[in-house]
Design a protein around this ligand. Structure first.
Ligand code: C2E
Ligand code: MG
Ligand code: MG
Ligand code: MG
Length: 279
């Protein structure tokens, strides 16, 4: 019975894997078509200064509007694009789109335009030889000044091997700002600050979530703002959803924040609209 049972379990486990693999293969194939037919778009979420809520930067986030599945989350398709390598082409498109948008806003709004455009870059892109050249040519092609671009990388991406550390250094040499995304969630987040040039720490939402209850989260969020200030970096609190969290972050010394409380990712953020004051 045990052997038979194990066999059944083995088969059902295997077929589950087959389903997942099949799903991913389908998604991968559809992604190629999606790129060719323009199903991807880029939306922008404000990063605001505390306490006045002025929009200082925006983060570009990719969206996939699938003709039959509807909205597919980047959490689902970015890993697939990483695996099949399509992230290189998709990522370059996202970068061009975001930088071109930043230039349009600068032309249209002048000083009211956000100071910086923040773009997520994945492990595979960073490992690609010549990625810094890709960024340099996008900046040249769009006419965006390097100082107006932030590249967001995660710890996993930086430790992805190959030339990634050198690539980050090359990007920094260009004048592009480097942000560490989801900061504090990796295995050696603090160690990374000694390995690569960093300008921005994006303090992960998990630390912001419990910040209004005096406890571990608040202690860590406080420690991280001290590290950030001590090293002369900019800290951005991610995933701020309530006015209470915003006020507490401000009290702890955070000067920059991002989250649904200030604005969701949208195609055309309102840079002239009312500001969210936290104090
Ligand atoms: P991320 O870079 O850490 O982006 C922040 C995510 O948190 C976004 O989800 C954003 O919509 C969401 N978010 C922002 N404020 C709040 C909030 O107050 N509450 C909650 N619950 N969520 C909030 P999104 O757009 O679904 O992206 C998820 C992840 O997918 C990103 O995490 C990033 O790792 C990846 N991703 C998204 N766009 C791109 C892209 O263009 N390129 C690459 N390589 N990765 C991307
Ligand atoms: Mg990000
Ligand atoms: Mg993040
Ligand atoms: Mg994240």
């Amino acid at each position: 019975y045990a052997a038979k049972h194990a066999g059944v379990r083995h088969r059902s486990h295997q077929s589950e894997l087959d389903v997942v693999a099949g799903e991913q293969a389908l998604l991968a194939a559809e992604m190629r078509a999606a790129l060719d037919t323009g199903q991807f778009r880029v939306v922008y979420q404000p990063i605001v200064s505390l306490p006045d809520g002025r929009i200082v930067s925006v983060e570009a986030l990719v969206r996939w509007e699938h003709p039959t599945r509807g909205f597919v989350s980047p959490v689902e398709f970015i890993p697939v694009a990483e695996q099949n390598g399509l992230i290189v082409e998709l990522g370059a498109w996202i970068l061009r789109t975001a930088c071109a948008q930043a230039v349009m806003w600068r032309n249209e709004l002048g000083e009211a335009a956000p100071e910086r455009m923040s773009v997520n870059v994945s492990a595979r892109q960073l490992a690609e030889p010549g990625f810094a050249d890709v960024v340099a040519s996008v900046l040249a092609w769009t006419g965006l000044g390097a100082r107006h671009l932030i590249v967001e990388v995660t710890e996993t991406a930086v430790f992805g091997g190959g030339q990634t550390v050198q690539t980050v250094k090359d990007l920094h040499e260009l004048g592009v700002k480097i942000a560490l995304d989801d900061f504090g969630t990796g295995h050696s987040s603090l160690g990374l600050l000694q390995t690569i040039p960093v300008d921005v720490l994006k303090v992960d939402k998990s630390f912001v979530d419990g910040i209004t209850m005096a406890g571990r989260h608040a202690v860590i969020a406080t420690a991280l703002i001290q590290v950030s200030n001590g090293l002369g970096l900019m800290a951005v609190a991610e995933g701020v959803e309530t006015a209470e969290q915003a006020a507490e972050l401000h009290r702890l010394g955070y000067r920059l924040a991002q989250g649904y409380h200030f604005g969701r990712p949208v195609a055309e953020p309102d840079f002239t609209g009312a500001r969210v004051a936290v104090v």
